[in-house]
Design a protein around this ligand. Sequence first.
Ligand code: FAD
Length: 403
Amino acid sequence: MKTEYDIVIVGGGMVGAAIACALGGSRYQVAVIEGLYPDAFETGQPHDLRVSALSVASETLLKNIGAWDGIISRRSCPYRRMKVWEASEATATLFDSDQIGENHLGHIVENRITQLALLETLKQHSNVDLICPAKTRRVDYSAGSSIVELEDGREIIGRLLIGADGGESRVRQAAGIGITKWDYNQQALVASVVTSYPQQDITWQQFTPTGPLAFLPLSGYHASLVWYNTPDQVKRLMALSDKAFLDAVHQTFPKSIGQIDQLLERGFFPLRRQHAQAYVAEGVALAGDAAHMIHPLAGQGVNIGFMDVAMLAEVLLEAEAQGEAFYSLDTLKKYEQARRKQNLLMMQTMDAFYHVFSNNNLPLKLLRNIGLGVADKLPFAKPHVTRFAMGIEGPVPNLAKRT
Ligand SMILES: Cc1cc2nc3c(=O)[nH]c(=O)nc-3n(C[C@H](O)[C@H](O)[C@H](O)COP(=O)(O)OP(=O)(O)OC[C@H]3O[C@@H](n4cnc5c(N)ncnc54)[C@H](O)[C@@H]3O)c2cc1C
């Protein structure tokens, strides 16, 4: 095992592993340090609690870096329609892939499956070493020559350090990059359930003053429910017996929920908004949750993380082609300029949804219902919103663009 690399990626989650795949086959010598290898996938095993709605832009990136087949061959669920409403389902806004001549709007995939497919792909590249399981004990940032000390005492040196190590990023802290953050007064209770009806092609969300209620289809007779609520209410719901919890689901969720036959698992996630004050410094770059965490109500977190991957890889590969210093601030700034403003815009949009919909003020309530009604009727606006949600409208990095 080498100890010196051009690029050391701390974190081999979905984002870190994707960066390594995108750099596979280049002249860069790349190391990925990941604390935990995910459990192998077996057909018929229960669905995981952690799932993500992957946009078409993410799908394109994953295809271009060779990981998509590893996802599809395991387990995923395409969805073609997305429905959103507040007061009454009868006035819901429906986004339908048929209306814009597309085959689907996205796929719901278990995070572990996406990560497994990516790790499997990066292992095929001779210029990429996966160091796993290996946790970092210390990250010593130094512009152009950082040292990562592992818990077993090994030291890995990289000219460029990439922090893809999630919200608590050690790389970010070692580089002295600050964050702005606040907690939403809301948590996400996620439940994995068995439905009495077969696989659906629709994902829906009802906004309520205490938070959205969402349905995400999984393969077969399975689905994932997300019940956003205050921390107190989530605590109460988590303490209920399975039967009492399912009764509460049937009483609270809209009638679209149909019959839920079985609760397989539930868990909850505190929600916070967090943004790194910079994405780069000389010899260091942040991507994915290490750089930004957003409210998951529109399922955009890892999707914008994948767009970071596409842009960062593009900048690094261009530097390689031009013979530029890939770890220099000038080079890395191109990545930050392309991504930070975009991600901030997405965060602000999610915050607007969160604040506007968790408010019982009557005029606001009327306005947002009119807003949703108008969105449904506008023949020109809706296709744009649909394409934006699919990640194919707006500035899309080249590696995530369909040809
Ligand atoms: C309830 C909920 C629902 C969501 N739904 C969606 C959705 O539908 N669509 C969507 O796009 N996003 C969604 N998200 C967001 C999405 O889950 C995250 O954006 C995504 O997981 C971030 O991936 P990441 O690779 O950047 O970070 P992480 O998933 O946090 O991965 C970090 C990796 O780094 C490793 N690591 C950390 N520290 C170290 C260390 N010191 N040494 C070695 N390894 C280390 C960890 O083991 C981990 O594998 C949701 C989030 C929540 C909470």
